[in-house]
Design a protein around this ligand. Structure first.
Ligand code: BG6
Length: 486
């Protein structure tokens, strides 16, 4: 394993994301030797913390790691430095620059800089501008920017943000995070589609009846109402995570497994996303909010009664819709998507249903075959096929072939953030989004948002269910139904 040399400057060092995801991910890289002697992390945020306090926070964030010992955590945390920082104050960037240079010398970090934006998105542009104006880019090593979601609020704000970061960083220096791209089974979609001729050969409108993507969560809005009220399920989950999965499901075969080749076919796939008119968007998308319920003796608040949520909020906590692509190979194949909070249980899964063609011999008995890909929390596949009932009769019986990754192996595999930070450190942009994809997905989402703004109807659904009845009616229009019905 080659050790990476770098000074990592983290904007948002005191935040929740840093504690829950980034410090454990960096610790994973440390344990694997990818970060070891020649790295330093400068955490910045407004609070006036000392290095000692910051290092205590880092150690605290690692306690759940199966290899945690205080000695190991402290050795790792000794590479962390804290700099209180007002992102709008130019003088603070000069201090930051000097500290980065000092740590670069001390740790022999080869002049490499990784800037990581993990704070409130309204400051992303300001930070990028100051990195340029106060000359924080290192002259000799690499300079890379990792930027968290949300990348904008709509197409216009995403474009403004993109313009401001590209004024400081070149496209090949920018790593836009969508953590779904770091998940094991998202990455496995390419092998599934392009290393198995039986799927590759039938991945088209002649054989595929529909595709379904479900990102279900059991949790409610938790403590994030401030952000969530400005987003809703469509912006929070569909514009990014759902769309990235859709990109992998609909893109053509890349010419090679290189970042450039993969991004090229993904770009084509997003360019051929079928953009709706507002009327079509209203007819093909359903939104809803969770209501109140008592589940196993626990009272669940309705979304509108959650702390920080407006009593007349029109923010959706559930969305379901039908998406189409204009790609000739898959034109007309409905891609049904749904995601929401307070659904039956946490599960991310995809089902591709194949048309029951060529089964004239068996008539109505033949069911559609279906391939399900489990992304999380279980990782694996199920292929439903038509088998024969045991005995003399030549009648059909659906049978399921299952495969599931070993949970112990999965538990030891790097988590999404660890993979993505490793990719950014090694300069591999494969699992990051690029501007063309974001632009097109925002265009798609903007039409739905503007259709919804003209209609104040908000459906409700019972916590613990899989959303409102209308989400099933969407599929009934084409004679289909949700494959996963817990
Ligand atoms: C985030 C959303 O991007 O993804 C959250 O902002 C959501 O609302 C989360 O809970 C889900 O991620 P995962 O990896 O738990 O499926």
């Amino acid at each position: 394993m080659t050790e990476t040399h770098a000074v990592i400057i983290l904007f948002g060092g005191s935040g929740d994301l840093a504690r829950r995801k980034l410090y454990p991910a960096l610790f994973g890289l440390y344990k694997r030797g990818i970060l070891h002697d020649h790295f330093a992390v400068i955490g910045t945020a407004r609070r006036p913390w000392t290095d000692e306090h910051y290092r205590d926070i880092i150690c605290g964030a690692l306690e759940d790691d199966s290899d945690y010992t205080l000695a190991l955590a402290r050795a790792f945390a000794s590479h962390f430095y804290y700099q209180s920082h007002d992102v709008t104050d130019a003088a603070h960037y000069v201090t930051l620059k000097d500290l980065a240079q000092k740590l670069d010398d001390q740790y022999e970090a080869a002049g490499n800089r990784l800037f990581y934006m993990a704070m409130a998105p309204n400051f992303f542009s300001t930070i990028a501008e100051h990195i340029k104006s106060e000359a924080l880019l290192a002259p000799n090593g690499f300079n890379r920017l990792v930027i968290e979601k949300p990348f904008g609020h709509d197409f216009a704000s995403a474009k403004a943000l993109n313009d401001s970061i590209t004024a400081t960083f070149h496209e090949e220096q920018i790593y836009r995070i969508d953590h779904y791209l770091g998940k094991e089974m998202t990455q496995a979609l390419l092998a599934l589609r392009f290393a198995n001729p039986m799927f590759e050969a039938i991945w088209n409108k002649d054989y595929i009846q529909d595709m379904q993507i479900t990102l279900a969560e059991a949790v409610g809005v938790e403590t994030r109402a401030g952000y969530y009220e400005t987003a809703g399920a469509l912006r929070d989950m569909v514009q990014n995570h759902v769309m990235q999965l859709l990109g992998f499901l609909t893109m053509a075969k890349p010419a090679a497994m290189t970042p450039e080749a993969i991004h090229e076919v993904k770009r084509e796939a997003f360019e051929q996303l079928h953009l709706y008119t507002e009327e079509e968007a209203a007819a093909n998308f359903v939104r809803a909010q969770y209501g109140a319920a008592t589940i196993a003796g626990t009272n669940i608040k309705a979304y509108r009664d959650e702390d920080g949520v407006a009593p007349d909020s029109l923010t959706e906590t559930f969305v379901a819709g039908k998406i189409l692509t204009d790609q000739p190979a898959l034109a007309g194949v409905p891609i049904y998507v749904r995601t929401g909070k307070r659904l039956t249980r946490k599960s991310t899964q995809i089902t591709v249903t194949f048309k029951p063609v060529g089964t004239g011999l068996f008539g109505e008995d033949a069911k559609a075959s279906a391939l399900t890909i489990y992304i999380e929390p279980t990782e694996g596949f199920t292929l439903q096929i038509n088998g024969k009932t045991i005995g003399q009769a030549q009648s059909l019986m659906p049978e399921e072939l299952h495969y599931q990754h070993d949970a112990q192996v999965t538990a030891r595999a790097p988590e999404a953030y660890e993979r993505l930070i490793e990719n950014a450190l090694e300069g591999d942009q494969t699992n990051f989004t690029n501007w063309h994809e974001l632009a097109q997905t925002w265009r798609f989402v903007d039409v739905i948002e503007s259709a919804w703004r003209k209609d104040n109807t908000m459906l409700t659904y019972t916590p613990g269910s899989m959303g409102p009845r209308e989400a099933s009616q969407l599929l009934a229009q084409t004679g289909s139904s949700w494959y996963w019905q817990p």
